[in-house]
Design a protein around this ligand. Structure first.
Ligand code: GUN
Length: 295
């Protein structure tokens, strides 16, 4: 069976970050200012700690001013809101990211809505959601994972997205919905499938482009993939090590990669596909926010 092209997200993310590093240096030259990113972590969730550390390091590697705020898990909602307000008013901070999930006693939407839309580098504020949905993505800040997925699609397919059928599996606010908006703006014919979709395998078989973002390990089977389709796997699922047999836990996507690779024309691996692009796009958004705020 022919084997799919493996889309090298790590290499593409590095090229994006190199470009951002150059453009940040040029901004420093003309304005005397570095793009400033503040990342807020509430609590000690180990996965969130890793993500926040990686974001902070990437920002420093791009030559940004990077600040990490870690609050205790039992911090009050008022304390978190007060920190966001302080960052909103800080002229050296152009991007604010509050790592999700927040502890249960803090209302996520209340915190996300307080972030100034111009500094909302996650693209979760209703103003940015609205701009993207209205087709004004050039004025919006677009959520990093779908934005990175679109870069991978464009690097793989060039200017041929228009008219293609795309199926997004998953309807989350962070990935599924904004991904569908982006693909629609590229003139794809877009279907959003989800857990209640009837005949999901057949729906996926109709797609030239499949974006899997459901958070369920290897749910999308190889036999669902149309020959030659382009597959973007957003899932990152850790499979624990069994008592016997394999010694280490492993990461798998939402697509059964070993099966799909025999059908797809191109596919992202997990890890090394969409993951590295998410952080690269956070750097893009922070630079964009800084350039707009610095006028
Ligand atoms: N938690 C999981 N994904 C994300 C993301 O893209 N942004 C933030 N802030 N938190 C997350």
């Amino acid at each position: 069976m022919p084997q799919a092209q493996i889309i090298d997200g790590k290499a593409i993310a590095e090229s994006v970050r190199d470009e951002i590093t150059r453009r940040a240096a040029a901004l420093l030259e003309t304005t005397g200012k570095r793009p400033g990113l503040a990342v807020v972590l509430v609590g000690e969730d180990p996965a969130s700690q890793v993500y926040v550390r990686n974001k902070d390091r990437a920002a420093e590697a791009c030559g940004f001013h990077s600040v990490k705020h870690t609050l205790a898990a039992d911090s009050s909602e008022a304390e978190v809101l007060s920190l966001v307000e302080q960052l909103n008013n800080d002229p050296d901070i152009h991007g604010i990211l509050v790592q999700l999930p927040l502890p249960g006693h803090i209302e996520e939407s209340k915190v996300l809505r307080l972030i100034r839309p111009e500094k909302d580098v996650d693209g979760f504020h209703p103003v940015n959601v609205g701009l993207l949905t209205a087709g004004e993505r050039d004025s919006a800040l677009v959520p990093c994972t779908p934005a990175g997925s679109l870069v991978l699609l464009k690097r793989t397919l060039g200017d041929t997205l228009s008219g293609k059928t795309a199926v997004v599996v998953g309807r989350s606010n962070i990935v599924g919905k904004p991904m569908a908006s982006l693909l629609l703006q590229e003139s794809c014919t877009v279907t959003i499938a989800h857990s209640r979709t009837k005949d999901l395998p057949d729906v996926v078989r109709g797609a030239d482009i499949v974006v899997a973002a459901v958070g369920r390990p290897e749910m999308v089977k190889g036999s669902w993939i149309r020959d030659g389709a382009t597959v973007i796997d957003v899932g990152i699922n850790r499979i624990p090590a069994p008592e016997r047999g394999e010694r280490k836990s492993r990461l798998v996507g939402d697509v059964a990669f070993d099966e799909a690779v025999g059908h797809a024309g191109a596919i992202t691996p997990v890890p090394g596909g969409v993951g590295p692009m998410t952080i690269a796009m956070l750097m893009v958004n922070t630079l964009t926010a800084a350039r707009r705020l610095l006028g």
